[in-house]
Ligand binder design. Sequence first.
Ligand code: ATP
Length: 238
Amino acid sequence: RTDTPMLELRDLRVFYGAIEALKGINVKVYEGEVVALLGANGAGKSTTLRTASGMLSPRDGQVLFHGERIDGIKSHDLVRFGIGHVPEGRRVFPRMTVRENLEMGAYRFKAPDPDDMDRVFTLFPRLSERRTQLGGTLSGGEQQMLAIGRALMGKPELLLLDEPSMGLAPLIVRQIFDILEEINKQGTTVLLVEQNASQALQLADRGYVLETGSVAMADEASALLADPRVRAAYLGEG
Ligand code: ATP
């Protein structure tokens, strides 16, 4: 492909003190795609996402959005560029209602767009039923839905998701992945980090496998799903 990626991580090196968490990784996400970042615990998946979302700054390398450098721009400003982040652990505001949490997601606008609120309530009927309930009283799956809905209120072109399946029952995970597929069909590009390689590769167009801070494999999701090394290491086979 020769067109400019929506997001490009170029030769990224990221450190925590003296620990080199990313050792020069390259990742591209094209408009309309779902891309999955896979790998074992500590491989660097979350670090990659945190760097893309402006929570961490790379020591070397670049983060490009539509070909423009965005590394060094803070998370809350990247929302203005059309990058939405669903962080690890959801970070729902526990003392605000579902509706207020969603309104917070629209902070880059003068006011929340009621059409976006309707869209979120259509995608997540459970949130609609619980719109006056406090965020802290929701189940884990509902909080994940709320975190995704809140990000959608910022009208993201690109949605970054860190482990949406974390700690959730398989049925809820499936529901959330079905909704992510719908969100992607409606036009949002998705980059997601997942321990659940099977679910992630079923949804994704392409995937990258990280190992100790480097990209070990990069391929079409279907090729990764069929790869014996991926099956043995990440799909619990062999
Ligand atoms: P996990 O699924 O366990 O979060 P991951 O693939 O997302 O794994 P990262 O969280 O990106 O991995 O971690 C990459 C490396 O950086 C690991 O060696 C980890 O111990 C280290 N690391 C991550 N966060 C910090 C931190 N805040 N301070 C120091 N080291 C960190």
